[in-house]
Each structure stands twice: as structure tokens, then as C-alpha cells.
Design a protein around this ligand. Structure first.
Ligand SMILES: Cc1cc2nc3c(=O)[nH]c(=O)nc-3n(C[C@H](O)[C@H](O)[C@H](O)COP(=O)(O)OP(=O)(O)OC[C@H]3O[C@@H](n4cnc5c(N)ncnc54)[C@H](O)[C@@H]3O)c2cc1C
Ligand SMILES: *[C@@H]1O[C@H](CO)[C@@H](O)[C@H](O)[C@H]1NC(C)=O
Ligand SMILES: *[C@@H]1O[C@H](CO)[C@@H](O)[C@H](O)[C@H]1NC(C)=O
Ligand SMILES: *[C@@H]1O[C@H](CO)[C@@H](O)[C@H](O)[C@H]1NC(C)=O
Ligand SMILES: *[C@@H]1O[C@H](CO)[C@@H](O)[C@H](O)[C@H]1NC(C)=O
Length: 580
């Protein structure tokens, strides 16, 4: 591996200033049409070949990339043909990943100066690991790039693609899978510099939207909306990122009423692999729009999410902690009643039914109740939960509060830096499954690790109601493949955390066998549903494949059209891909 001296970095940083100033006065091309297998090289005024040549020169690897670029690539704004990039791709096959990443990183540093941190220098440590929720996902990318806006993302992706370097993108960093939002030999885009919600009020036929840049998290987004008495669909815990959650579907407090989070996105601003910044909405690039609703990181780097807003004067919500296991049978019964009928009786409600085990403490039924109403009235759907154990109710903090405050309350206990695992599967609901699944999980996981440091586990049951699916369909449809669903299904969600890597193998093995037992239980009862919710799925499951063949083939078509060189399939090593 070639490493640069600090002196060389200083020289390059001063060189960078001129270029960065140039690109900040130039806007990247925005083009909603005329997509082809071509790449626009650089901003109109930036000589990308020169940047790459300088990087090669500093690294002592002259010509590695530039010898493969025809001479005309050095003219700013040159269009690169697909066949030329096919030629460049040959470089990759020579297992040059680490040097290609170093060339790309240095060229990015020349272009962007302090927005780029090389391994072991500057902001690298403060931008890298702190972006991630689970310690199991820490890696050492060649460099970390923190764009300030979509133009930065556009120029960066053009440099990276010409260098054929690997890369990845981290939003809120709450994926628990190593390599899904991170990369080893490659460039890591950290989106956290792109923040600040802009509210656009309704006008004419257009609904009101919140334009949310990809660096935002839900707590901050909703706090900015609360200040304007607005709400939007989004995550239920403040710490989670907007991009990953939205691109994978997204379960919100408001999902019974208005569908998945992604269903109410009005527009995505996306940087494609050829550097074009495009909008995807129901009128423009509508095929890409639908593919992004569930398609995760397969099509581009999304730089802004335009979320539909509704007026809100507050909501009614609270947390319930049932520490007496005598209450559990009533909790299973309530959860079934809520999933099968009460959620439909009042679609403005939401209940999180989570059963938690904390080593050194014991079992807890951790329930969250929510109603989209600004008065302290639980109504017929939540009242049965309040009735289960009045002494718990009195501690529940049930209150009317601003919408964003509920998300902040639930997110306040979220801790980063532990070892985390998430996995899920789906089933049509049945009255007995809650108790039976809890028993399988308790026998095979919870009771086994009671002496492991920091061990905590949860089995949660999340209904996907027919009203949720219908609301998504009414809003134009998504790619999740659930449109044909005829009955309420539930996502069964296992989340576990612990503190010591020495326990990884034993815990993961127990979780693998437990998931297999839960799936065979569902199959034996005839309630198994093939859907894997992407945002909680395990690495070896295939959530995009679970959307069904029609959805997968539509996504493949969209990928070929908007990413004809397969950059997001080949150069981004992690993430759930479109199965071939
Ligand atoms: C504590 C906790 C609470 C949660 N609560 C909910 C909940 O209420 N509802 C729910 O539905 N889910 C929830 N989840 C699951 C959550 O949706 C996923 O963890 C999701 O991946 C988080 O998004 P992120 O931006 O934080 O993730 P990241 O780890 O940053 O990214 C996830 C994936 O998206 C890609 N990506 C990130 N940014 C971009 C971008 N700008 N363009 C293209 N691709 C991008 C990444 O490369 C990666 O593949 C929760 C998870 C946790 C850990
Ligand atoms: C761009 O840079 C290359 C490499 O340094 C150089 O050969 C070429 O002349 C430059 N192109 C323009 C238009 O300045
Ligand atoms: C790379 O090229 C530059 C000039 O373009 C030259 O000064 C330098 O010596 C070359 N380095 C190597 C290792 O060939
Ligand atoms: C999955 O479990 C986690 C941790 O208990 C919880 O935060 C999340 O809300 C659960 N998801 C669903 C869909 O219930
Ligand atoms: C819905 O369609 C998917 C994909 O085609 C299929 O796997 C699933 O079984 C269907 N579900 C129902 C309820 O028909």
C-alpha cells in the first residue's frame, strides 16, 4: 500500500482550494432526460483527468487510471462512452482495489480539500466510526468524504467511477450489517453534513412537503417540523437516519393511516452513477421513483427526500413497561386483538409490542402506544392496553405532546458502539403465535445468555395491516410486492445487543438456529409469509428477492436504464442487491 507523507497532503490541500472554489461557482448539470450509457466527466470547468493524474503522480503510480482514459477525457465536460468504461473496468479485474481507492481518494482531496479525510489524518476518526450505530459495522475505508451538497456528490461520483474505486454511503448508520453502509478498500460518503429541513407549503394541486437532505435523522427532522405544527411519516426513534429507513420501506407511527414512510415521499433528488442529479417523482423518472421505494442503495445516492406533510397540533402517546410476567398472557391476547381488529378500528393508532429480556434484570413487556389526536383520549383501540394493568398505566407517561417529542422519547435510550444484531421474517397473524414464538425465543436465546455482559434481546411483533398496504397503493405504489396481500401480516423482529466481541459467535449461532425454528413454526402452522422487511433483515436473507419476481424484474430494468454500467451493483460491495 502506498501512503503519502504529511507534506504531500499539505501541498495537495493548497492545490485543492483553487479547484473547490471553481466548482462552488459552477452548478453540476441537472438533467431529467436523455439518459444513456455515458458519463459526463467533471463539472464544465474542472479537468478531472488532471486531478487523477496528479493523484497518480503523488502516489508514484503514473498512468494506472489515466493511461486507460482516451485523451479527450481531459476536456472538462467530456462525455465518456459506455464502451470506454467497459475498458476501464478491466482495471478492476486486476485486483487493484486498494490502489484504485487511493487514487480516487487523492483526486477527491485535490477536488475537495478539507471535505476529504484520508485514513489516519484530520477528521477521519471523528467522521468514520461515530457514523455507525453498531460496533460490528466498523471498518477502515481508504478515505471518508463528507459532501456539503448534491454538486459535491455529483463530482465525487464521477471521479470515483473513472478510477473504478469501490465506495459506499452512510446515512444515519443504523444498519447492523458490516459492510452495508461501509467499505474497506474504497471511499466512504458520510452524508451527515447535509442537513436543514426546508418546508414547502401546499400550493395548487401540490401537497405540502418537507425537503429533507440525506444527512438528517428523524428526531431533528421532526423537531424542525414541530416548530411549524407539521408532521410527516418517518422513523419512530430519533437517532435513526432518514435515508436508509426511507429507501427500505419505513414503518412509522402513522403507517396504519398512510402507509410505509416511502409511500408518502413526493420526490427523491438522486445523483446517478454518471453524475447527473435527477429528480424522481410521479411525473419525472417515475420508474426510478417506484424502484427507490424499497430498492435501498441500488440506483443512486439520494441527496434529498421530499416528504409529504400534514398539519399537527400534537399527538397522544406513552410507554408501558410490564415487569410482571403474569401480565404476558394478556399482552399476547391484546397484541392479537390489536393486529386483527383494533388497528383497523382506529387507523390513527400505532402500538409497538416488544418483549425484552435484559441480562441481570429479567423480562419486560415494552409497549408503546400512539394515537394521532391532540387530546388525552385513548379511544377504543388503545383502552384495552391501558386496562391490562392499571399500575403500569399510571407510570406510562401517557400524554399529549408534539409529534417529534414521542420519537425523541423513544430514541433517548438508544446507545451507539455496542455489538448489535437485527433480523426478521414475516407471518400472517394467528392467535397463538405470539405466545408460541415468545417461548421459542425465550428457550433458545433469552434464557441462554443471562450471564453475558450487556446482553439484551427483543422479540417484537409489528403488524402490516391491509390499511397500511392500501394507503401505499393509493399513493401510487411501492416496490415491496405486498399489494396483493389479503390479510394482516406481522413482521417478527429480533434485536439483540451485547458488549464483548468474544460473545459474537455463540450469540449469532443461537440467533441463526432460533430464526430457523421460528420460520419452521410459521410454516408448520401455514402462516409463513415470504416477505423479509429489508431494514431489519439479516445479511444472508434476500429481502429484495422477497418482493416477488414482478418487482425484481422492474428493478432490474430501472437499474439498466439509470445505471447502465452497473456501478451500484459492482463498485458498492455491500447492501442488499437486486438478485439476478
Ligand atoms: C434503534 C433502531 C430503531 C429503528 N426504528 C425503526 C422504525 O421505527 N421504523 C423502521 O422502519 N425501521 C426502523 N429501524 C431500522 C432502520 O430502518 C434501518 O436500520 C435503516 O437502515 C436505518 O437507516 P440509516 O440511514 O440510519 O442507515 P445506514 O446504515 O446509514 O444505511 C442503510 C443502507 O442505506 C444506504 N444509504 C444510506 N444513505 C443513502 C443515500 N443517501 N442514498 C442511497 N443509499 C443510502 C446505505 O448504504 C445502507 O445500505 C430502526 C433501527 C434501529 C437500530
Ligand atoms: C487536462 O489535464 C490533462 C492532464 O494533465 C492535460 O493533458 C489536458 O491538456 C488538460 N485539458 C485541458 C482542457 O486543459
Ligand atoms: C510520473 O510522471 C511525472 C511527470 O508526469 C514524473 O515527474 C514522475 O517522475 C513520474 N513518476 C514515475 C514513478 O514514473
Ligand atoms: C424491532 O425491534 C427494535 C428493538 O427492539 C425496535 O426498536 C423496533 O421498533 C422494532 N421494529 C418493529 C417493526 O417492531
Ligand atoms: C403476492 O405476490 C408475491 C409475489 O408474486 C407472492 O410471493 C405472494 O405469495 C403473493 N401473496 C398473496 C397473498 O397472494
Amino acid at each position: 500500500m502506498v501512503r503519502l507523507s504529511t507534506v504531500a497532503f499539505g501541498l495537495l490541500a493548497s492545490l485543492a482550494n483553487g479547484v473547490a472554489a471553481q466548482s462552488s461557482t459552477t452548478s453540476a448539470p441537472v438533467d431529467d432526460s436523455g439518459l444513456s450509457g455515458s458519463v459526463l466527466v467533471g463539472f464544465p470547468t474542472v479537468n478531472v483527468t488532471a486531478m487523477i493524474a496528479k493523484a497518480e503522480n503523488q502516489l508514484g503510480v503514473n498512468g494506472t487510471v489515466t493511461d486507460n482514459l482516451p485523451a479527450d477525457y481531459s476536456t472538462p465536460g467530456t462525455v465518456v462512452k459506455a464502451r470506454d468504461l467497459d475498458f476501464l473496468k478491466l482495471m478492476k479485474r486486476d485486483s487493484l482495489n486498494s490502489i484504485l481507492a487511493e487514487i480516487a481518494c487523492l483526486a477527491l482531496q485535490i477536488a475537495f480539500g478539507s471535505k476529504l479525510a484520508q485514513q489516519g489524518t484530520g477528521n477521519y476518526n471523528s467522521w468514520n466510526n461515530p457514523s455507525f450505530w453498531s460496533a460490528t459495522t466498523y471498518m477502515t475505508p481508504t478515505c471518508v468524504f463528507k459532501p456539503a451538497n448534491a454538486n459535491d456528490v455529483s463530482l465525487a461520483i464521477r471521479i470515483i467511477v473513472l478510477c473504478q474505486s469501490q465506495f459506499n454511503v452512510v446515512g444515519g448508520g443504523h444498519s447492523a450489517i458490516k459492510g452495508w453502509a461501509n467499505v474497506e478498500d474504497g471511499v466512504l460518503f458520510v452524508m451527515s453534513g447535509m442537513t436543514g429541513v426546508t418546508v414547502v407549503p401546499p400550493s395548487g394541486n401540490n401537497v405540502g412537503v418537507a425537503q429533507v437532505p440525506a444527512g438528517e435523522r428523524w428526531g431533528s427532522t421532526f423537531t424542525q417540523l414541530d416548530a411549524k405544527n407539521l408532521m410527516a411519516l418517518g422513523g419512530r426513534m430519533s437517532t435513526v437516519g432518514v435515508p436508509g429507513l426511507t429507501l427500505g420501506g419505513g414503518i412509522s407511527y402513522l403507517s396504519n393511516q398512510w402507509g410505509f414512510v416511502t409511500d408518502q415521499v413526493q420526490n427523491f433528488e438522486v445523483v446517478l452513477s454518471n453524475g447527473l442529479i435527477v429528480n424522481a417523482n410521479k411525473n419525472t423518472n417515475s420508474d426510478l421513483f417506484k424502484a427507490l421505494k424499497g430498492g435501498s442503495s441500488n440506483f443512486g445516492i439520494v441527496t434529498r427526500f421530499d416528504l409529504r406533510t400534514w398539519p399537527s397540533n400534537g399527538i397522544y402517546s406513552g410507554q408501558f413497561m410490564f415487569t410482571n410476567q403474569n401480565d404476558f398472557p394478556a399482552l399476547y391476547d391484546f397484541t392479537y386483538r390489536y393486529h386483527s381488529s383494533l388497528a383497523l378500528t382506529d387507523v390513527t393508532t400505532h402500538v409497538i409490542s416488544a418483549f425484552v429480556y435484559v441480562a441481570g434484570f429479567g423480562h419486560i413487556g415494552a409497549f408503546t402506544a400512539f394515537r394521532n389526536i391532540a387530546t388525552a383520549t385513548p379511544g377504543p383501540s388503545l383502552q384495552p392496553l391501558l386496562d391490562i394493568n392499571p399500575s403500569v398505566t399510571s407510570q406510562a407517561g401517557l400524554a399529549v405532546r408534539p409529534y417529534g417529542q414521542q420519537c425523541i422519547l423513544l430514541g433517548s435510550g438508544d446507545v451507539t458502539g455496542l455489538r448489535q444484531d437485527m433480523r426478521d421474517f414475516s407471518a400472517y397473524i394467528s392467535a397463538s403465535m405470539y405466545k408460541d414464538m415468545w417461548n421459542i425465543w425465550n428457550t433458545n436465546v433469552a434464557s441462554k445468555f443471562s450471564t453475558v455482559a450487556g446482553f439484551q434481546g427483543t422479540i417484537a411483533f409489528q403488524p402490516i395491516t391491509t390499511t397500511n398496504i392500501a394507503a401505499g397503493k393509493a399513493a401510487g405504489g411501492n416496490s415491496l410486492g405486498l399489494d396483493n396481500n389479503t390479510g394482516t401480516m406481522a413482521i417478527i423482529n429480533l434485536t439483540h445487543q451485547w458488549s464483548n466481541s468474544a460473545n459474537d459467535a455463540a450469540i449469532l449461532a443461537a440467533l441463526d438456529s432460533t430464526l430457523a425454528l421460528l420460520v419452521s413454526y410459521a410454516k408448520s402452522k401455514g402462516i409463513y409469509h415470504p416477505y423479509y422487511y429489508l431494514n431489519y433483515a439479516r445479511k444472508q436473507d434476500n429481502p429484495i428477492g422477497s418482493y416477488g419476481s414482478a418487482s425484481v424484474s422492474a428493478m432490474r430494468t430501472v437499474s439498466r436504464k439509470y445505471d447502465p454500467l452497473g456501478v451500484f451493483q459492482d463498485l458498492v460491495p455491500g447492501g442488499f442487491k437486486i438478485p439476478s
